[in-house]
Design a protein around this ligand. Structure first.
Ligand code: DGJ
Length: 367
């Protein structure tokens, strides 16, 4: 009898251990026993609960057939399915028409309005990746339902804060017809100087694709996204209610081709971890730091260490979660041929000689 009790107690202990362990790349089941379907996602902590929002992916298409899903957890390891937080719409011509592309959703909480605000990358149904729009939705509850507000390109008519009157005047010398061939030294120089920025500033605003949002210690929020044909990142300040751009933004790594931006702050330094642009295929992560969100941003080597470090362990970053004084790098291992089977990589960020380092671990436990 006593032996049987010991065996059961030991087994229970092992199960609890297993449940609180993060194993990147494996199937992660929710409370229903189904692989978590929340890709390109991010996490919001609210009143002691974590809310994970991400793209619902179908079995054979990356188009949005469902919308943004939400899961919640108290310990970052056991996740409860909360349902569809933002749904696609069955109305022809609607921005969120079923079959659109809705990627990389992130949710932040605004304490002034008491609203949860979701930002995402939106591509209109049947238009490939040409719309290059941000989308915004709000909700009174973290789990939704989120109400779609608007979508568009960013900061029409506005120039980045770092551009002087002379820099803006110099844009007149950049004539698109002189740069029809990409990747030449002249074209690269023109991109840095604002070839695509100039094109978009007067025609609806800056392109907004891969994206994240970040709330700073002072309560100000920022939208970080791939712009200018994925050649340049923008960091754009958000309005006090977090639902609009204010018109103030900075360009990061012009011409550097960065996607998948993730941002965090540690000891007054801002860190950006991004990827290169190779579609669904993994590539080497990039890292930048700055003393202010407005820059200047300096590039460093990839923070990844261990097997497959040169391809970000086979994944692409999506979010950095600030968790009780530590940081967790979240990434996706895409499976474009079977999108719903995409996997997750979550790894802690450590610091070595003041620099962030992400080392592959088969399994680990959040503190
Ligand atoms: C890479 C991006 O990071 C993903 O979010 C997705 O847009 C794919 N490209 C599409 O190829």
């Amino acid at each position: 009898m006593r032996t049987a009790f010991c065996i059961i107690a030991f087994a229970c202990c092992c199960m609890a251990e297993a449940q609180h362990t993060i194993r990147s790349g494996e199937i992660w089941n929710d409370d229903r026993g189904m692989h978590i379907n929340a890709h390109g996602g991010g996490i919001l902590e609210h009143k002691g609960r974590y809310y994970w929002f991400g793209e619902h992916k179908s079995d054979n298409t990356s188009a949005a057939l469902v919308g943004v899903t939400c899961y919640s957890s108290r310990n970052l390891a056991d996740w409860r399915y909360e349902g569809v937080a933002l749904s696609v719409v069955d109305s022809v011509g609607h921005d969120l028409e079923r079959g659109c592309t809705l990627e990389r959703p992130k949710v932040i909480y605004n304490p002034k309005t008491k609203k949860f605000v979701m930002w995402f990358h939106l591509e209109l149904k049947g238009k490939g990746y040409s719309a290059a729009r941000y989308g915004v939705a709000v909700s009174d509850k973290p789990t939704g339902p989120f109400r779609y507000l608007s979508s568009g390109r960013a900061n029409p008519g506005k120039y980045p804060v770092e551009m002087s009157a002379a820099d803006i005047a110099a844009l007149d010398t950049l004539q698109a017809e002189n740069y029809t061939e990409w990747w030449t030294p002249q074209w690269r120089k023109a991109v840095k100087e604002g070839l695509f920025l100039k094109r978009d500033v007067t025609t609806g605003g800056q392109m907004a694709r891969d994206q994240t949002v970040y709330v700073d210690d002072d309560g100000k929020a920022y939208h970080i996204f791939s712009s200018e044909e994925n050649l340049t990142l923008n960091i754009a300040e958000l309005s006090d209610d977090f639902t609009r751009h204010t018109g103030r933004y900075t360009r990061v790594a012009p011409g550097g081709q960065n996607e998948a931006p993730t941002l965090f702050k540690h000891d007054d330094t801002y860190w950006l971890i991004t990827s290169g642009c190779t579609g669904w295929a993994p590539n080497k992560a990039r890292m930048f730091s700055a003393p202010s969100i407005w820059g200047p941003w300096v590039q460093h080597d990839s923070p990844c260490r261990g097997p497959q470090a040169d391809t970000t362990f086979g994944g692409q970053g999506t979010y950095i979660l600030h968790h009780r004084g530590t940081f967790i790098f979240m990434a996706d291992i895409w499976r474009p041929e079977h999108p719903s089977d995409a996997r997750y990589i979550w790894l802690p960020i450590k610091f070595e000689n003041g620099m962030p380092v992400i080392t592959w671990q088969e399994e680990w436990k959040p503190e």
